[in-house]
Design a protein around this ligand. Structure first.
Ligand SMILES: [Zn+2]
Length: 315
């Protein structure tokens, strides 16, 4: 069956102006929309929805109030640099709250059963941001905020987060590892930015599964390693919701990574996660864009990812 997956976006995400010379530029989102329009069957099979803005109180589910104020202050003063590679412009507050807010809209729709599965095409990305610091193009931990929100707002207990961005989701780990009922699996290039994510780092409650991998392996090795990570993270743990940090810089040819995944592998990984979600939690999968710096290819990968989200694996 098709038609139960949603594509969630917000025009404000385009107002985070990093400049065209920055790899995380607004053209990334435009390429996703273009690729979707090039697939009329999929375009009409999915629901297109606008997300909302996250409130400050919602951001505080994962971030320090002082940090949130500081980010807002820099933006209101016209923008600038929050770290060596994280730039904000005067539209970045609206963009960042829309980015997190889309993930919250996705959780609401998933839990309500209206759209159990969705992909949110947002920027800035989120998985490097820690409680009190911006990092690696990320201001707020969109997926981490969504995980805490799902528990607090909707009373869900167990959340599984799967991060297939080529970089370690250090921010997500930092923002969820104190909660034993949020399991986090991150597969990432090693050693590589940001330098964290060793296999031995399991977090204080052994609720983190880091899967560090060298670059340049055959793509099947990455697929198998991530699947094994998800198997380990769900041994005796049945999640109520699966969140995906969908970074497409793990595609072959990305300028910021050395993994070798092709479009087919995102179809395969998504299908496997959907099948698991259907047996565990009513098919609930909330996927949120992270990195990915070859815009045309990222657009194509998003189309394959969304198409796989839109298919029910069991009847
Ligand atoms: Zn990345």
């Amino acid at each position: 069956m098709r038609g139960r997956a949603a594509f969630i976006s917000h025009s404000d995400c385009g107002r985070h102006d990093t400049g065209w010379g920055h790899p995380e530029h607004v053209g990334r989102l435009r390429a996703i929309t273009r690729a979707l329009r090039d697939d009329p069957a999929l375009f009409s099979a999915i629901e297109h929805l606008e997300g909302r803005h996250a409130t400050v109180a919602e951001l505080e589910l994962a971030h320090a109030a002082d940090y949130i104020r500081q980010v807002r202050g820099v933006i209101e003063n016209g923008g600038g640099r929050l770290d060596a590679d994280t730039i904000v412009s005067d539209g970045s507050w609206d963009a960042a709250t829309a980015g997190a807010g889309c993930a919250l809209t996705a959780v609401d729709l998933s839990v309500a059963g209206e759209y159990p599965r969705s992909f949110s095409a947002v920027r800035p990305p989120g998985h490097h941001a820690v409680a009190d610091r911006a990092m690696g193009f990320c201001l707020f931990g969109n997926v981490a905020v969504a995980a805490h929100y799902a528990r607090q707002q909707h009373g869900l207990q167990r959340i599984l987060i799967i991060d297939w961005d080529v970089h370690h989701g250090n921010g997500t780990q930092a923002l969820v590892e104190s909660e034993p009922d949020i399991h986090f699996v991150s597969m990432h290039q090693w050693p590589w930015y940001p330098g964290t994510g060793a296999r031995e780092d399991r977090g204080p409650h052994d609720s983190v599964w880091n899967v560090p991998m060298p670059p340049g392996l055959s793509p099947d090795r990455y697929v198998a390693a991530l699947e094994a990570g998800v198997d380990a993270a769900t041994e005796g743990f049945v999640p109520d919701l699966i969140l995906i940090s969908a970074g497409f810089d793990s595609l072959a040819g990305d300028p910021l990574g050395g993994f070798t995944l092709e479009l087919d592998h995102f179809d395969e990984l998504t299908g496997s996660i959907v099948a698991r979600a259907e047996s565990w939690c009513g098919g609930r999968v909330v996927s949120v864009l992270e990195g990915g710096y070859t815009p045309e290819r990222v657009g194509q990968a998003c189309v394959r990812h969304l198409a796989a989200l839109a298919v029910d694996r069991v009847s």
